[in-house]
Design a protein around this ligand. Structure first.
Ligand code: BV8
Ligand code: ZN
Length: 264
């Protein structure tokens, strides 16, 4: 399905980063186990208790900063660099796809085609609640009280993580690009998402509804599973590289044992 597709949209969620050590949202080790999502990742929570919300993000930034892209991130980056027509879309805010793109492209390569459409922003980008300026920031933030809350260097207003909270609109450019690619995709590969958050999940449903081959990689059943043409109930880091390799098999780029004994 992947080898035969001209245009592929890939939608990833927290599950693709699980094997990198980034906690997922809804799993048993999930980030939300102590809080309900709506309690923390919302503008109301930030207004009500910016210290608590910033402590949560400071902890997540610290956890993610020691995580590396895994084989699934890298396999998708190589796929996007090796052939045209691939659009990587992620709900994740951990920046691991972008890191994999830079790694796969190498120091003088152009990571561009492998950079993901980030529907929910990035925890390593801050945004000013006053003047709206945004900038990359990977510093370790120690938030003990109001006096530690980060302020804008330009206007002094409170800074926030540049991520999309519940009840907030997704960035228009990213969302329309992702939905446009879904509308014209021949295949949609969905990796590690519970497919319950909208409008991000709409990318997969839209691709499916216009006839794209839907391939789901997930450890558990999701609302997409019933629609998927192929369900791979396996960990992303082990199965996504095989899928990418399989794409290589089709194009005859591979010799090796599989080809000798008449294929895998
Ligand atoms: C909006 C960023 C309107 C912040 C996040 C009722 C019905 C339908 C919709 C709604 C509703 N009530 C409210 C809504 C809307 C709401 C929504 O969808 N709620 C859900 C919970 C029902 N959506 C919104 O509010 C969106 N905005 O609608 O605005 C609007 C419009 C115009 C103008 C103004 C307003 C905004 C949603 C974005 C919220 N932000 N995150 C942050 O990260 O801190 S959401 C959060 O969930 C993350 O972004 C995450 O990516 C996303 C989805 O979670 P997943 O990535 O799927 O992760 P999860 O843990 O759930 O699942 C992991 C999966 O991986 C599992 O299936 C697991 O089995 C699998 N897995 C685990 N390990 C592996 C694996 N698979 C493979 N291999 C492994 N090793
Ligand atoms: Zn400012």
């Amino acid at each position: 399905m992947i080898a035969g597709a001209e245009r592929i949209v890939v939608l990833t969620g927290a599950g693709i980063s699980a094997e990198s050590g980034v906690p997922t949202f809804r799993g048993e080790d999930g980030l939300w186990r102590r809080y309900r999502p709506e309690e923390l990742a919302t503008p109301e929570a930030f207004r009500r208790d910016p210290v608590l919300v910033w402590q949560w993000y400071a902890w997540r930034r610290q956890v993610v900063s020691s995580c590396r892209p895994n084989a699934a991130h890298l396999a998708l980056a190589h796929l996007a660099l090796r052939r045209s027509g691939i659009c990587l879309v992620t709900q994740n805010v951990d920046g691991l796809h972008a890191e994999a793109a830079r790694e796969a492209a190498g120091v003088d390569g152009d990571p561009g085609p492998a950079l993901p459409v980030e529907l929910h922003g990035s925890i390593f980008r801050l945004r000013c609640t006053g003047c709206g300026c945004t900038f990359e920031d990977r510093s370790a933030l120690e938030i003990h009280g109001v006096e530690d809350l980060p302020g804008c260097g330009r206007c002094g207003a409170l800074l926030r993580p540049d991520v999309v909270w519940f009840g907030e609109a997704l960035p228009m450019r990213e969302l329309s690009l992702a939905l446009q690619r879904a509308a014209e995709a021949d295949a949609c590969l969905v990796v590690g998402t519970s497919a319950v958050v909208f409008p991000a999940a709409e990318v997969a449903f839209r691709a499916w509804s216009q006839g794209a081959r839907l391939i789901e990689v997930n450890l558990e059943e999701t609302p997409l599973s019933a629609r998927a043409h192929v369900v791979l109930r396996a960990p992303a880091a082990s199965v996504v590289p095989l899928i990418v390799g399989a794409e290589g098999l089709e194009s005859g780029a591979l010799g090796g044992p599989a080809a000798e004994n008449g294929g895998a």
